[in-house]
Design a protein around this ligand. Structure first.
Ligand code: ADP
Ligand code: 5GP
Length: 192
C-alpha cells in the first residue's frame, strides 16, 4: 500500500536578532504553501504581538503541564523563558504533505535532529557580532538585561554552526532570501 504523503520539515536556527523572523516573513509571502509552526512561550508579548499569531502565550504552569503530557515536539529554555513547538499541528501538516517550517533556538533544533533526522536544518548567521548587537538594539523590543542575555547566548549558538546542514549569512536580506529558496529547493517567481 502506498504510504501517505509527507511534507518536508525545515528548521531555521540562529541567534536572536539575526533576522530569522524577518527572513521567514518574506519567505512565507513568496511561498504561501509553506506552513510556519506557531510556538508556545512563557515570555510576555512584545508590543504588536498577539496571542495565537506570533506565539501562543502561556503561563509557566500551563506550559509545564503541556510538557508533562507530551504536547511539545521539542521545547527549551531561552534567556529565562520557555519556548516549545506544539506537536499535533506539525504532525498533521506534514501528514497532509505541506512543507513545514520551525523557527527555533539551538537546543530545540538538537531535539528535532533526534526525532526528525530527515529534516533540513539551516543555521542563519549575522555578518558580525557587532552587526548582531546593532540589530537587537535597533529592533528596540528588549530590555538591557534581555539584550545582554541574548548576546551571551549568541556566542554559544554561533559555535554550533557546524552541526547544521547549511549555514547562511543574513547580510543583504534579498540575497539571503534567494539563497534560502535555493537551499530549500523552492522554485521562485521571476523578479521584475
Ligand atoms: P530574529 O527573529 O532572528 O530575532 P528579527 O527578524 O526580529 O530577528 O530581526 C532583528 C532586527 O534586524 C529587526 O529590526 C530587523 O528589521 C533587522 N534585520 C533583519 N534582517 C536584516 C538584514 N538582512 N539587514 C539589516 N537588518 C536586518
Ligand atoms: P524571541 O523571544 O526573540 O521571539 O525568541 C527567542 C528565541 O526562541 C529565538 O531564537 C527563537 O528562534 C526561539 N524559539 C521560538 N520558538 C521556539 C520554539 O518553539 N522552540 C524553541 N526551542 N525555540 C524557539
Amino acid at each position: 500500500m502506498a504510504s501517505p504523503p509527507t511534507g518536508r520539515l525545515t528548521v531555521i536556527t540562529g541567534p536572536s536578532g539575526v533576522g530569522k523572523g524577518t527572513l521567514v516573513n518574506q519567505l512565507l509571502q513568496r511561498h504561501p504553501e509553506i506552513w510556519l509552526s506557531i510556538s508556545a512561550t512563557t515570555r510576555l508579548p512584545r508590543t504588536g504581538e498577539a496571542d495565537g499569531v506570533q506565539y501562543l502565550f502561556l503561563s509557566r504552569d500551563d506550559f509545564e503541564q503541556r510538557v508533562a503530557t507530551g504536547g511539545f515536539l521539542e521545547w527549551a529554555e531561552f534567556a529565562g523563558n520557555l519556548y516549545g513547538t506544539p506537536r499535533q499541528p506539525v504532525e498533521a501538516k506534514l501528514a497532509e504533505g505541506r512543507p513545514v517550517l520551525l523557527e527555533i533556538e539551538l537546543e530545540g533544533a538538537r531535539q528535532v535532529r533526534q526525532s526528525f533526522p530527515a529534516a533540513f536544518q539551516l543555521f542563519l548567521k549575522p555578518p558580525s557580532l557587532a552587526e548582531l548587537e546593532r540589530r537587537i538594539r535597533g529592533r528596540g523590543t528588549d530590555s538591557e538585561e534581555a539584550i545582554v542575555r541574548r548576546l551571551e547566548r549568541a556566542r554559544v549558538e554561533l559555535a554550533a554552526e557546524a552541526e547544521f546542514d547549511a549555514a547562511l549569512i543574513n547580510g543583504d536580506l534579498h540575497g539571503a532570501l534567494e539563497v534560502l529558496e535555493q537551499l530549500m529547493g523552492l522554485t521562485t517567481a521571476i523578479d521584475t
